[in-house]
Design a protein around this ligand. Structure first.
Ligand code: ADP
Ligand code: MG
Length: 263
């Protein structure tokens, strides 16, 4: 895809955590532009600050240095600009699927006729209609995650942050759901930042993959993913030679990383 309009800019971000025992520099020198409609993944060793970056982007935590610009403005990012999808779905068991989808709108106090019908539209469009009146415990893990995504989309966020949303699912479900989530996000023309441990997931879903180094983490490499066909299905990508090439590049970056730091 063509990367044109910057939607989000991270400028010289540094995050240092202070605890009673120690100071930890989680990330530093993070400069990254994210483009409108782009699907960007972040991979890196565990504890390298991937979730920290998402928290900074969402405005949940303030960086120790640097700034985040949304739509070229350095402003406080509000809850409706950003949607979060996490490993756990945080559905409320006592609410029906429909009531869960409407929850974000209620919390943000933007539930009105228009937002209600948009939520219903999403429920039907993404085939949750017949589960409207079900409760979460009647659904599989993958379906529950899909409900969580639809709930997030209902508030019309500009950017979706996905923090290992598939990692608690079995392999089959993970592949199928990631494909579905990709279709939904692209279909709704959202910008997404995915944090993942799974190199295959990063390669098949992303327009670009950002590889982080070990802590104190910096950006080690940014890889542009291009299968040469924008309509290619996720499962088909796995069969392409390019898939192996990209996989190997990321794999060796992450492994060199271990060697470099082990010296
Ligand atoms: P990742 O998501 O890549 O696994 P995190 O962003 O969760 O990494 O954490 C990066 C580093 O910052 C880790 O060493 C973690 O222990 C530390 N850290 C994260 N949150 C806090 C916090 N609230 N207070 C102190 N240290 C933290
Ligand atoms: Mg994390």
């Amino acid at each position: 895809m063509e990367l044109k309009e910057k939607i989000l800019e991270l400028k010289d971000i540094k995050m240092q955590y202070h605890t009673l025992e120690q100071e930890t520099v989680a990330v530093k020198n993070i400069n990254l532009d994210i483009y409108n409609g782009e699907f960007l993944s972040i991979v890196g060793p565990s504890g390298c600050g991937k979730s920290t970056i998402l928290s900074i982007v969402s405005g949940l935590i303030k960086p120790s240095a640097g700034e985040v610009r949304l739509n070229k403005k350095c402003k406080n990012i509000s809850g409706t600009d950003i949607g979060y999808m996490l490993q756990r779905d945080y559905l409320f068991e006592w609410r029906t699927i429909e009531q869960n989808v409407l929850l974000g709108l209620e919390i943000k106090k933007i539930l009105d006729e228009e937002s209600y019908s948009y939520a219903q539209e999403l429920i039907d469009k993404y085939e949750l209609g017949k589960f409207r009146n079900y409760y979460p415990n009647q659904l599989s893990g993958g379906m529950r995650q899909k409900v969580a995504l639809i709930r997030t989309l209902a508030v019309k966020p500009q950017i979706l942050l996905l923090d290992e949303p598939f990692s608690a699912l079995d392999f089959q479900t993970r592949i199928n759901l990631s494909e579905e989530v990709w279709d939904i996000i692209k279909g709704e023309q959202k910008t997404a930042i995915l944090v993942t441990h799974d190199i295959s997931e990063a390669v098949t879903l992303s327009d670009r993959v950002v590889i982080f180094s070990k802590r104190p983490s910096e950006i080690r490499k940014i890889l542009i993913i291009d299968f040469g066909d924008s309509k290619i299905q996720i499962k088909e990508k796995r069969k392409k030679e390019k898939f192996n090439e990209y996989f190997d590049i990321i794999w060796s970056e992450l492994n060199d990383e271990r060697k470099d730091k082990g010296k």
